[in-house]
Write a protein that binds this ligand. Structure first.
Ligand SMILES: *[C@@H]1O[C@H](CO)[C@@H](O)[C@H](O)[C@H]1NC(C)=O
Ligand SMILES: *[C@@H]1O[C@H](CO)[C@@H](O)[C@H](O)[C@H]1NC(C)=O
Length: 239
């Protein structure tokens, strides 16, 4: 090995080392800046953003298992559910399951139902089920069901009366309720009711975010219990 090539090698090593040192400095600088930005993002923006998001989007799922001729269901609709919806409409996702303490028997290509308060209640529950299926606007749906449940003893009459009062076209609801569709819907509500654990002992049963604890508290003050589920209290919870 000549002396010349040895010098070249030393020089090459030194140059490489210098280059490595400089580029690592730039790299470190870059990663440092990146982590500073990330830290800032975590400390400031996302927290305020997510709080705002939650206020807009966090909805408590309110599942109401009820029956049309039950006075406790009526009271819950009129005194708890409707007022709570009016107070915090953006923070509740209401699911209504009219069926209650009924039974379903599947015959060859039909269903037979037995309802706690007799055949009239089955008829009323079917009209409720059809209304829920057809009226998509939750606000109108709740008003309509509340209107009917106040006096559901003559289900078809009250369906007409409330529809007229609220300017709803009830023909499709009537058609659904006297046909196979209405029975299918009620049977589906029966399955949902029977799949609850623990099983329903009291009607109405109200399940908040899949949690069926605190029934007494919920039936007494739905708004308060829903608000306890919200990470950020909307105005409706505080005024
Ligand atoms: C490192 O970043 C700072 C700005 O944060 C800049 O002023 C400096 O020139 C950078 N150094 C290198 C070696 O890139
Ligand atoms: C539902 O109906 C109410 C009352 O008519 C109306 O104010 C609201 O905008 C409707 N909502 C939707 C999503 O259409």
């Amino acid at each position: 090995m000549g002396l010349g090539s040895f010098r070249w090698r030393i020089l090459l090593i030194i140059i490489s080392a210098l280059l490595l040192w400089q580029s690592s400095k730039v790299w470190l600088n870059f990663t440092q800046e990146k982590s500073i930005i990330e830290a800032q993002l975590q400390e400031n923006q996302p927290v305020t953003l997510s709080q705002k998001d939650e206020r807009v989007t966090q909805k408590v799922h309110v599942a109401v298992y009820y029956e049309a001729l039950c006075s406790d269901s009526r009271n819950f609709f009129v005194k708890q559910l409707l007022p709570t919806y009016h107070r915090i409409p953006d923070n509740v996702q209401v699911e209504l399951i009219p069926y209650g303490k009924a039974t379903t028997a599947k015959t060859e290509n039909d269903y037979e139902f037995m309802c706690q308060h007799g055949p009239t209640e089955c008829e009323a529950n079917i009209i409720h089920a059809c209304s829920i299926d057809i009226i998509k606007n939750v606000s109108i749906q709740l008003e309509y069901l509340s209107c009917m449940i106040k006096n559901n003893i003559e289900p078809v009459n009250i369906m007409r009366t409330c529809a007229k009062k609220m300017n709803i076209d009830h023909n499709s609801i009537l058609k659904c309720s006297v046909g196979a569709k209405g029975k299918e819907l009620l049977a589906k509500h029966g399955e949902l009711t029977n799949s609850l654990t623990p099983r329903v002992v009291f009607i109405p049963t109200v399940v908040l975010d899949e949690n069926s604890e605190n029934q007494a508290k919920i039936l007494k003050n739905l708004l308060q219990e829903v608000c306890l589920h919200l990470k950020v209290m909307p105005e409706g919870c505080t005024v």
